[in-house]
Design a protein around this ligand. Structure first.
Ligand SMILES: *[C@@H]1O[C@H](CO)[C@@H](O)[C@H](O)[C@H]1NC(C)=O
Ligand SMILES: *[C@@H]1O[C@H](CO)[C@@H](O)[C@H](O)[C@H]1NC(C)=O
Ligand SMILES: *[C@@H]1O[C@H](CO)[C@@H](O)[C@H](O)[C@H]1NC(C)=O
Ligand SMILES: *[C@@H]1O[C@H](CO)[C@@H](O)[C@H](O)[C@H]1NC(C)=O
Ligand SMILES: *[C@@H]1O[C@H](CO)[C@@H](O)[C@H](O)[C@H]1NC(C)=O
Length: 751
């Protein structure tokens, strides 16, 4: 109690002070399971009342997609006119509205996590939610939260990082999308961490790792109120995820207490009996890829109820969960009808409703805030250079147009999205060449360019004698149904594409101020040139969406002081990573064994004492920050083991505060990160990320930064008790600028 009074009074004295800017940094945070449970209870009672009037055929209609390309969205629950139910439109995906016009191309999930900025994560989702709603889309098939396990994983760019960062980003994305009245979908449940063999491989994960790593972001999303969960294509423990009672009825619905509905990934429903495992909705409705008018649900589910193989109570529950999700978001009241036609933009059913509003502002802001400055030998920000050379095909939009390849399935021209179903049609794409050229005019800078990746002589000739040469290189990946330059979704290697290393070397051989910009869906290996003294600056810019050129220009010129941080480790060699893609297998069911357990990404480098090139959480700024006065304030007892459904698991029980000061020459944003060393008895990785904030400070400004720790943050999954338990002993607390740049240390002891 003494601690409680001290911590809160310090906090309120500072928060209430007369300063025009609050002295305590606060951001969007916090999950409240009691509030979410109350919302579900209200939605359930509305759905129950409505369903008393539904007969079996109508209940089954709620569970069965219309079929592929039958209606305008990628997934559709048809209207039920007898019940005045208007139907539901479901549409991809994680970076905006797919297969539509007059929409925005948002920064990818990997850029969103690279901001380490809760407010931006939320605002991006609010803007995306508004676009889905404006198109009449009731269910956004987002966020994607499969963990960044293998760095070459094709779809990792759609969302993920390690569990804590992914969990925060996913929960805020759910809250942002749902703030607009659109249902969010947590996907892909579960262990869909690679593209090769995803339709039939089995991911095998131990129980503790499953809870602490892979299910973790789903738990956060469900506690944030996610209306739906999508089960994945792959098998888990040799049973298909959508046919897996342990995974659906067990872990998801019983242990985690998910109250919404489970939809299948597209054609991932394998039998009518999947309903018994816990599948509630089949998507897109028909059995296999194509548009045959069959279904495992629909008439076959009705027949299964009639002959007693599926109990009526199960169909009642399926319909209840689906209708409750609809009521949860208030979609019974004036939700717009779908106005898109995904299959032909010129079809009159595509109404071209412009939903972009001013979203380009937040897209540009996130693009800049997600750019990670990895190296800077006084090269940046630019100070009125006389001449600049821009080198590489990534500097300019594909001459065939930014949307020339369906689902962005090529790496031609500047790279601002990966490929697959997690893509959108660009409304426009600002490339670096046009954005930098426009900015350069203000200073009278002469800009020249060489857009070939392979004409090294032209690159060198263009770069020679210029004040600075910027080399743009890429690495792309995506979903496995498209193969790009021999990469079947997952990347074949971690090198820059199109001979990017040779391009950098050719330019650095002639220019002492060679700046490398990396547009990539994940980490790339940089050993070929990273220590070259002529490589004066390096930036990882991810896949930032439609404002790519403006975003990188903002960082190069210092309009935005870089604050992006690596959401993954950049290794010196591929074999340093703990896990890799399984590319070949002779097994009928390829077994993907997650043998690294809890030791993904930085946890492995820490445990095995491997020096990375750039560690997780790393990123430079143009200013300097000073950390001081760490204080640790436990204020509640840890209590006993807890179920995932226990709302007290998500309560704060300790606070860590410290003072952050901007001691450098410029305004900027620092990303202090909190890592915990668990007590030895926990057998946890050496350190775990358990807090981060994006704190913007003017030159000379000081702020108290506050990290709240929940019971879950301090817990491990006890496989015997099948409960979350706070281990006995003291926790090491460190706060710093990356996973290896520690500035302050303390100890947390709970009673
Ligand atoms: C269910 O209700 C619909 C609409 O009123 C009706 O057309 C259908 O025949 C009913 N089905 C059964 C099995 O009663
Ligand atoms: C019940 O109906 C389902 C769906 O038509 C069918 O697959 C199953 O074989 C039937 N089972 C029995 C015992 O009749
Ligand atoms: C992409 O680039 C490749 C290689 O230069 C070329 O063959 C292909 O036609 C391009 N495709 C598009 C759509 O630009
Ligand atoms: C750096 O650039 C200069 C020319 O500007 C060149 O003479 C030198 O060899 C380069 N150094 C390296 C390591 O490439
Ligand atoms: C995965 O683990 C299983 C069970 O231990 C083993 O039989 C199988 O060979 C392993 N597969 C691979 C690809 O390592």
């Amino acid at each position: 109690m003494r601690f409680l009074l001290t911590a809160t009074s310090l906090y309120y004295i500072l928060a209430a002070s007369a300063s025009p800017t609050p002295l305590v940094h606060e951001s969007k945070r916090g999950l409240d399971l009691n509030a979410v449970n109350a919302n579900w209870a209200a939605a359930y009672s509305k759905a129950k009342a409505a369903l008393t009037k539904y007969n079996l055929t109508e209940k089954v209609a709620l569970t069965t997609g219309a079929g592929w390309q039958v209606e305008g969205c990628v997934g559709n629950i048809p209207a039920i006119p007898s019940q005045n139910f208007p139907g539901i439109c479901l549409q991809d995906a994680p970076s905006g509205v797919r297969l539509a016009t007059e929409v925005s191309s948002f920064p990818s999930g990997i850029n969103t996590v690279a901001t380490f900025n809760r407010d931006l994560m939320y605002q991006r989702a609010v803007a995306m939610g508004a676009e889905f709603k404006g198109k009449g889309i009731g269910v956004a098939l987002s966020p994607m939260m499969n963990i960044f396990r293998a760095p070459a994983a094709g779809r990792a760019f759609e969302g993920s990082s390690e569990p804590y960062l992914t969990g925060v980003a996913s929960a805020l994305t759910v809250q942002g999308i749902q703030s607009q009245g659109v249902q969010a979908t947590a996907k892909h449940w579960l262990n869909n961490e690679q593209e090769h063999f995803r339709d039939y491989s089995s991911s095998n994960v131990d129980d503790r790792t499953q809870h602490e790593v892979y299910a973790y972001p789903f738990i956060q999303s469900i506690v944030a109120g996610a209306a739906s969960v999508m089960c994945s294509y792959n098998r888990v423990d040799n049973k298909y995820a959508c046919s897996n009672p342990e995974l659906l009825n067990g872990l998801l619905k019983s242990d985690i207490g998910f109250k919404g509905y489970v939809m299948s990934d597209w054609w991932a429903n394998h039998a009518t009996s999947d309903a018994l495992a816990g599948l509630d909705m089949t998507m897109p409705g028909n059995k296999v890829y194509g548009n045959a008018p069959d279904s495992y649900f629909g008439p076959e589910l009705i027949a299964a109820v009639q002959n007693g193989t599926v109990p009526q109570s199960r169909v009642d529950d399926m319909a209840l969960r689906i209708l409750a999700g609809w009521y949860l978001l208030g979609q019974d009241k004036g939700f717009p009808a779908p106005n898109i036609w995904s299959w032909d933009f010129n079809d009159p059913r595509n109404k071209h409703v412009d939903v972009q509003a001013d979203h380009k502002k937040i897209i540009r802001q996130i693009g800049a805030a997600s750019t990670v400055l990895l190296k800077n030998k006084k090269a940046l920000p630019f100070k009125k250079p006389r001449s600049l050379a821009l080198i590489g095909s990534d500097a300019a939009v594909n001459p065939a147009g930014p949307n020339a390849c369906p689902d962005r399935g090529c790496n031609n021209g500047t790279l601002a999205q990966g490929w697959g179903s997690g893509t959108v049609e660009y409304p426009y794409l600002v490339d670096p060449l046009s954005a930098i050229t426009a900015r350069a005019k203000q200073d009278g800078t002469v800009v020249s360019s060489s857009l070939s990746d392979t004409d090294l002589a032209a690159a060198a000739a263009t770069a020679k004698g210029k004040d600075a040469a910027i080399v743009f290189i890429t690495a792309d990946s995506g979903e496995g149904y498209i193969t790009v330059e021999g990469n079947q979704g997952d990347r074949n290697d971690l090198f820059a594409w199109h001979g990017g290393d040779d391009l950098v070397k050719a330019v650095a051989a002639v220019n002492r101020n060679t700046i490398v910009v990396v547009h990539a869906t994940g980490p790339i290996l940089m050993e070929a040139w990273i220590e070259n003294p002529n490589v004066s600056a390096v930036l990882w810019a991810g896949v930032p969406g439609q404002e790519a050129g403006n975003a990188i220009t903002d960082v190069l010129y210092g309009a935005t002081n870089p604050s992006g941080r690596l959401p993954f480790t950049i290794a010196k060699q591929r074999s340093d990573y703990p896990a890799d893609i399984l590319y070949t297998s002779t097994e009928e069911i390829p077994q993907i064994n997650y043998t690294e357990g809890l030791l993904i990404d930085y946890r492995w480098f820490d445990a095995k004492k491997i020096a990375p090139r750039f560690e997780f959480g790393f990123g430079l700024s143009y200013t300097k920050f000073d950390y001081s006065a760490l204080a640790v304030w436990p204020y509640a007892s840890k209590g006993g083991p807890r179920l995932t459904t226990d709302p007290t698991l998500f309560e704060n029980i300790a606070t860590v505060t410290f003072i952050l000061c901007n001691k450098g020459p410029l305004e900027g944003t620092e990303i202090p990160q909190l890592y915990l060393e668990f007590p030895k008895s926990a057998n946890s990785p050496p350190q775990l990320l358990k807090g981060f904030e994006a704190v913007s400070l003017k030159k000379g400004e000081t702020r108290v930064v506050k990290f709240d720790l929940t019971r879950q943050d301090l817990s491990i999954w006890n496989t015997n008790a099948q409960r979350w338990v706070i281990p006995s002993g003291s926790f090491g607390v460190s706060v710093g600028a990356s996973s290896r740049d520690k500035r302050l240390k303390g100890t947390l002891v709970l009673w």
